[in-house]
Design a protein around this ligand. Structure first.
Ligand SMILES: Cc1ncc(COP(=O)(O)O)c(C=O)c1O
Length: 382
C-alpha cells in the first residue's frame, strides 16, 4: 500500500489534500466546529428546510409508523405507500406525467443515463456538468462530446454532425453547481427539437429555488412539457434526501425496468421519504422561504460586487468568489475560517485547474449581519 501514501503526499504538496470537517451541531446558518461557532456558507440546504420542525415531525412519525428501514429494493418489497406518494407528488410539482425516486441524485444520474444510452449513441454535455453526469455518461459506453460552458454555437456544431448515431442526448445542469449561472435552456430545447435529440436537465440546485413556485428551470423558462428528462434531488432546497427523475410515463416505466441503480439498491427509508414529502409541501405552501432566499441572494451579490471580487456569471444562490490557484484558494478559506466563516475552498477536480474558488451558498435563513460579515471579511482578504 506504499503507493497510496506516495499519492497522498503528492496531494498534500499540490494543496489538493482534503479532509471532512466535522460539524458538532445542527446544520443551520451557523454551526459549531471544534467547540466554536462558524457562519455556514457552503450548505445546499438553501431554504433551511432540513431543520424545519414540520420536516422533523413528519420524519419521526414515519419512523414510528413504518420502522427504520425499507427492507429491500423497490422491485422486491421496498415500495411502501409513502414512496408511491412521493413519486406522485414530485410528478405533480414538476408538472410531468410521472416520476421515479432513486436513493440519491448521484444514483439517479448514473441510472437514467446508463440505461437510456449505449455505444451506438452520442451524449453531448456542457464542460461544467457535475461529476455524476459524466460518470453516468461514461458508464453508458456512449460516445461523449463536451461543449465549452454555455457555448450554444459549439453545441449546434456537434449536433449538426451527429446524424449517424442511434440516439442523441444533450445534458445540462439547470443552475450550474460551481458557477451559479443558469443554463440557456430555451436555446438548448430549440436545438434539440431541430436535431431530434433528447434533453436532460439536472435541476439539483434549481429545484425549490427557480421559478415562481420553485418548480425549477422548466418553470423559470416556461418550458413545461419540453424537457424530456428532469432530474433533481431532495437533498438540497427540499431539505430531505434522495434523487428523482420526472418525465413521461413511458420514460419512468422504462427506468423502473432498466435503471440498475434503481433496481439493485435498497430503497430509501420511510423517515427520509416523509421528510422529502413535507419539504416538497412546504416549498409549495410557504413561499416566504424562497422570498427570503432571493432577498439574501440579491443583497449578498450586491455587497460582493462592491468589493470588486470576481463572481463569474453567477445570478443565483451559488456565488463563486474566484481565487485561482490551489494555494490562494486554501489561504482564502483558512482566512475565512479564522474569521468565523466556514466555506471550504473548491479545487480541481471539482473545478478546472487555476479556477479554484470559494463557493458561497446563500441560505434563506442567513441574517443580514451574517451576509455583511462574509462580504467584509472577503474584502479585507483581498
Ligand atoms: C448538479 C448535481 N447533480 C447531482 C448531484 C447529486 O445529488 P445527491 O447529493 O442527491 O447525490 C449533486 C450534488 O452534489 C449536484 O450538485
Amino acid at each position: 500500500m506504499d503507493f497510496l501514501s506516495k499519492e497522498l503526499e503528492q496531494l498534500k504538496k499540490d494543496n489538493l489534500y482534503r479532509l471532512p470537517q466535522i460539524i458538532e451541531s445542527r446544520q443551520k446558518a451557523s454551526v459549531i466546529i471544534n467547540g466554536q461557532k462558524y457562519i455556514l456558507f457552503c450548505s445546499n440546504d438553501y431554504l433551511g428546510l432540513s431543520n424545519h420542525p414540520k420536516l422533523i415531525e413528519a420524519s419521526l412519525a414515519a419512523m414510528q409508523e413504518y420502522g427504520t428501514g425499507s427492507g429491500a429494493s423497490r422491485l422486491i418489497c421496498g415500495s411502501l405507500k409513502i414512496h408511491a406518494q412521493l413519486e406522485r407528488e414530485i410528478a405533480l410539482f414538476k408538472q410531468t406525467e410521472d416520476a421515479i425516486i432513486f436513493s440519491s441524485g448521484y444514483m439517479a444520474n448514473l441510472g437514467v443515463i446508463s440505461s437510456l444510452m449505449n455505444k451506438s449513441d452520442l451524449i453531448i454535455i456542457d464542460k461544467l456538468n457535475h461529476a455524476s453526469l459524466i460518470d453516468g455518461a461514461r458508464l453508458s459506453g456512449a460516445h461523449l462530446r463536451v461543449y465549452p460552458h454555455q457555448n450554444i454555437a459549439a453545441l449546434e456544431k456537434i449536433l449538426s454532425a451527429s446524424s449517424t448515431y442511434r440516439r442523441r442526448m444533450i445534458i445540462t445542469e439547470g443552475i450550474f453547481s460551481m458557477d451559479g449561472d443558469i443554463a440557456s435552456l430555451p436555446e438548448i430545447v430549440d436545438l434539440a427539437k431541430h436535431y431530434q435529440a433528447m434533453v436532460m436537465v439536472d435541476d439539483a440546485h434549481a429545484t425549490g429555488v427557480l421559478g415562481k413556485n420553485g418548480q425549477g428551470s422548466a418553470e423559470y423558462f416556461g418550458l413545461k412539457g419540453k424537457i424530456d428528462i428532469q432530474m433533481g434531488t431532495f437533498s438540497k432546497a427540499i431539505g430531505g434526501f434522495g434523487g428523482f427523475v420526472a418525465g413521461k410515463k413511458v420514460l419512468i416505466e422504462y427506468l423502473k425496468n432498466n435503471a440498475r441503480s434503481f433496481i439493485y439498491s435498497t430503497s430509501l427509508p420511510p423517515s427520509d421519504i416523509a421528510a422529502s414529502l413535507k419539504g416538497l409541501e412546504i416549498v409549495q405552501t410557504e413561499p416566504k422561504w424562497r422570498e427570503m432566499l432571493w432577498n439574501n441572494i440579491n443583497y449578498l451579490r450586491q455587497k460582493i460586487h462592491e468589493t470588486g471580487l470576481n463572481t463569474l456569471n453567477s445570478t443565483t444562490q451559488i456565488i463563486p468568489v474566484l481565487t485561482g490557484s490551489n494555494e490562494n484558494t486554501l489561504q482564502t478559506s483558512n482566512y475565512l475560517y479564522n474569521h468565523g466563516i466556514f466555506a471550504p475552498g473548491i479545487r480541481p477536480p471539482s473545478v478546472p485547474k487555476e479556477k479554484g474558488r470559494i463557493r458561497l451558498s446563500v441560505m434563506a435563513t442567513h441574517t443580514r449581519e451574517e451576509l455583511d460579515c462574509v462580504a467584509s471579511v472577503l474584502a479585507d482578504k483581498q
